[in-house]
Design a protein around this ligand. Structure first.
Ligand code: C5P
Length: 223
């Protein structure tokens, strides 16, 4: 893709998993690789945008030519996103953010006992929902990684979180979702339009995503 349609635009992307500490040696996380978000950041950069990439821990090389902010916990990602938000035109939240976090983070390694262990979890702040409540003119894109009722869940997320678009993917499908180099997604706009994309590289998905954002913010429709 050689389009330079994002010159002068500021794009904020989140990527990767988060890590919620239990004690100094243990944490709760998920299988997100960061590949989708990094591909989005690189596509935005190549189309001329100024890009801020806020990333949880991944094994990917840092993309050159983007502002990179490394975070671990939901709270760190929340703080970094809220700081960058006022200066952003397009916000794409592809990170797989933890929904819950341990109520207590122990200062020392927890000892084994004889019986079972129950870990208490509190709700973590929903970054995307908070952006949806605070946003001014930003074009806001969320992700819905689902294992069932994909499109229904994506639609309700889009509405509940006040998004302009949502990218829905079934993470159980081969060639889609976490860790894979390819993805199979459906783009859904606020007005209910849907575009189902074939299996393609995450970079190609990223370019389709920016094509769709361009169409929606220009003519107000995906077709
Ligand atoms: O409702 P659910 O967590 O599945 O929604 C997924 C979307 O919400 C993703 O875009 C993800 O980055 C975002 N999210 C978030 N903060 C959370 C949980 C999810 O920003 N605590």
């Amino acid at each position: 893709c050689t389009k330079k349609d994002l010159i002068g635009k500021k794009v904020l992307v989140t990527a990767g998993p988060t890590r919620e500490k239990i004690d100094p040696v243990r944490y709760i996380t998920n299988h997100a690789s960061g590949k989708m978000g990094y591909a989005i950041a690189e596509a935005a950069r190549d189309r001329g945008a100024d890009v801020v990439l806020i990333s949880g821990p991944t094994s990917l090389p840092r993309p050159v030519g983007v502002d990179f902010v490394a975070v671990e916990s939901v709270q760190e990602m929340f703080d970094a996103v809220m700081e960058a938000l006022p200066d952003s035109d397009i916000v794409i939240k592809s990170a797989a953010v933890s929904d819950y976090r341990p109520r207590t983070v122990y200062d020392h390694k927890m000892k084994k006992g004889d019986g079972e262990l129950v870990l208490e979890l509190d709700k973590a702040p929903d970054i995307l929902k908070t952006i949806g409540e605070r946003k001014a003119n930003q074009f806001l894109v969320g992700f819905a990684a689902e294992t069932q009722d994909l499109l229904e869940n994506a639609k309700s997320k889009l509405e509940r979180k006040n998004l302009d678009m949502i990218v829905a993917n079934n993470v159980l499908t081969e060639g889609a979702g976490m860790g894979s180099d390819t993805n199979i997604v459906t783009l859904m706009s606020r007005s209910g339009e849907q575009v189902e994309l074939a299996q393609m590289s995450k970079r190609a998905v990223a370019d389709k995503l920016f094509d769709a954002i361009g169409l929606l913010s220009g003519q107000g429709s995906l077709r």
